[in-house]
Design a protein around this ligand. Structure first.
Ligand code: ZN
Length: 228
């Protein structure tokens, strides 16, 4: 996404959701968000509309915006849809990736390695999402890219709502192995790897565990964000 004020806000809200600082059902007040991020309410409204379009936020008439609460069934539907869409994306990537794309993938893996060494969970989740979105871009089907943007945002919400058994959901070597199968132009192996990877992530979600309480917005975002 481009770095418009509303997109930056969308990324911050997604980070807070996937890092469990912002819980399902939390009200996202326009004034509170515009104070926290020092941006005007028009930007906040556009960011909330984007999040609502991606089904991460529910806009309730006369009540405001709330973080969505997907059921386990909806969460599993999201993963099934990701497997279907990403199977086609990875096939396109194996067929269409050029040398510059391969370099971009290698650079992304290096960034993920770097983040992993610092144990920064929200950054790791954001980078993992970015890897899947990079594949979608390289696949060069903008319709699939659009749907995957929604599905990866909803995945962040699901991770935040249910929690996970491991710190980073996209395990280190799986992305690297997917990239290797792209370099080898091995379509069948690449598709197998992506399918296995997505089933692995779904298997790590702690469905059935109790979701912790929600807190006030100002407690949720780290103080430094308030001055950005
Ligand atoms: Zn992944």
């Amino acid at each position: 996404m481009s770095e418009t004020p509303e997109n930056v806000l969308v990324e911050h809200v997604l980070d807070a959701i996937s890092d469990q600082r912002l819980r399902a059902g939390t009200k996202l007040g326009e004034q509170a968000l515009s104070d926290l991020f020092s941006c005007n309410r028009a930007h906040v409204r556009r960011a909330l509309a984007t999040l609502a379009a991606y089904q991460v936020v529910d806009l309730i008439p006369n009540r405001g915006a709330f973080v969505s609460t997907p059921s386990e069934d909806e969460a599993r539907d999201v993963f099934q849809a990701r497997r279907a869409i990403e199977a086609t994306i990875i096939r396109n990537v194996v067929r269409r990736a050029d040398e510059a794309d391969i370099e971009r993938l290698r650079a992304h893996l290096a960034t993920e390695d770097e983040i992993r060494q610092h144990n920064d969970r929200p950054k790791a989740i954001r980078a993992s999402r970015a890897f899947h979105m990079l594949l979608a871009r390289i696949g060069r089907n903008s319709v699939l890219e659009h749907y995957l943007a929604e599905l990866t945002m909803r995945t962040s919400l699901i991770i935040g709502l249910y929690g996970s058994k491991t710190a980073s959901l996209c395990s280190d070597d799986e992305h690297a192995r997917i990239v290797q199968s792209i370099i080898d132009r091995d379509e069948a192996r690449a598709q197998d790897m992506v399918d296995h990877h997505l089933r692995h992530i779904e298997g790590e979600i702690a469905f059935g565990d109790e979701a912790p309480r929600v807190g006030p917005l100002s407690m949720i975002f780290p103080p430094d964000r308030a001055t950005e």
